[in-house]
Design a protein around this ligand. Structure first.
Ligand code: GDD
Length: 313
């Protein structure tokens, strides 16, 4: 019999890529979404609000998944500054509802759960730290980061106290075709394509270009999640990162080189954040050693795919 994977947030950017990957790896997939709509993949997507505990229990008892990938939640750091309550409801309370439902279910001793945190959990990186590994204390600076750090602490408790088989993933910036607007690569690519099509003045609005991030293609992230489900160790946290820091300025430069028109760049103060996390190089040693994962897609190829995605819209 094929293993059954349940994916919350199935209609989201990562959910769609993960479901494609799971299907190609031989899983049966049950995707869940607050409001399912037409998706590009072949997996079934059912309606499930994680605010409604009885319905979560019903779904778990009906489908009896072998593994749950919990992707649903708020993914925008920028939005979290304007909706702190909503961010906590989506990232913390909804996760508690899911974990409680698992704890009370028939599958409590058999199911494996992958929760998704973020590099934003680390937040303030002390000056003496040169590499971000999983042992670094969490000092998040954004409401989003605090919500994901709270989730990672809860995960430790559910694994340690209740014995749930949970692995917490800490992905860094994931990018790729199909991501919504509001993230740096999609905001840049979308404007460039609008300019190419003559739909706006040849002026690209940008925020903080001196920030640095560790970018990974969403398809590499999806593969990491599957490997964590198969080989990740209970109660452990895993960075998912490339190990390479890239300045936002360089992302912009790559995009401008790929653009078919000349574009003027203008800084927009509205795109700056109240506080930015400072990033240093991150380590992916633990996930490599425990699962054999390694990132495969080059940043340049991801950026080209994102631009082409918008050109085809
Ligand atoms: N969104 C956006 N739009 N960011 C910009 C822009 C712009 O026009 N110009 C510059 N930036 C800068 C931001 O200030 C930030 O320093 C950096 O680009 C990346 O911003 P985002 O792409 O919005 O990502 P993020 O780092 O805040 O959060 C992402 O990565 C996290 C993991 O590291 C999200 O994908 C999170 O869900 C994820 O957890």
């Amino acid at each position: 019999m094929k293993p059954i994977a349940m994916v919350t947030g199935a209609d989201g950017f990562v959910g769609r890529h993960l479901i494609r990957k799971l299907l190609s790896c031989g899983y049966d997939v049950i995707g869940t979404s607050r409001s399912p709509h037409q998706t590009a993949h072949d997996g079934a997507v059912i309606q499930l609000s994680l605010d409604h505990s009885p319905r979560i229990a019903e779904v778990l008892n009906r489908y009896k998944p072998d593994v749950i990938f919990h992707l649903a939640g708020e993914s925008s750091v920028r939005r979290s500054w304007n909706d702190i309550r909503g961010t906590f409801q989506s990232n913390v309370m909804a996760s508690i509802n899911l974990l409680e439902a698992v704890r009370m279910s028939d599958i409590v001793n058999s199911v494996k759960i992958i929760t998704v945190g973020s590099s934003e959990e680390y937040g303030i990186i002390p000056d003496h730290v040169s590499t971000i590994d999983e042992t670094l204390p969490l000092q998040p600076v954004s409401p989003y980061g605090v919500s994901k750090a709270s989730l990672s602490m809860l995960v430790k408790q559910y694994a340690g106290v209740y014995g749930l088989s949970i692995v917490h993933a800490r992905p860094f910036n994931h990018i790729g075709p199909g991501q919504s607007l509001g993230f740096v690569t999609t905001d840049f690519a979308h404007q460039i394509v609008q300019i190419e099509k003559g739909l706006r003045e040849p002026v690209l609005k940008v925020g903080n270009l001196s920030a640095k991030r560790d970018f990974l293609d969403v398809r590499d992230i999806a593969e990491a999640y599957v490997l964590l489900a198969e080989h990740g160790r209970k109660g452990e946290v895993y960075n998912i990162c490339s190990g390479v820091l890239t300045e936002i300025q360089s992302v912009l430069a790559e995009f401008l080189q790929m653009a078919c028109v000349n574009i003027r760049v203008e800084r927009d103060p509205a795109l700056y954040r109240p506080v930015e996390s400072r990033y240093v190089r991150a380590s992916n040693r633990k996930i490599r050693e425990h699962t054999g994962w390694t990132p495969k897609i080059d940043l340049r190829d991801s950026l080209r795919d994102i631009l082409d995605y918008f050109r085809q819209q």
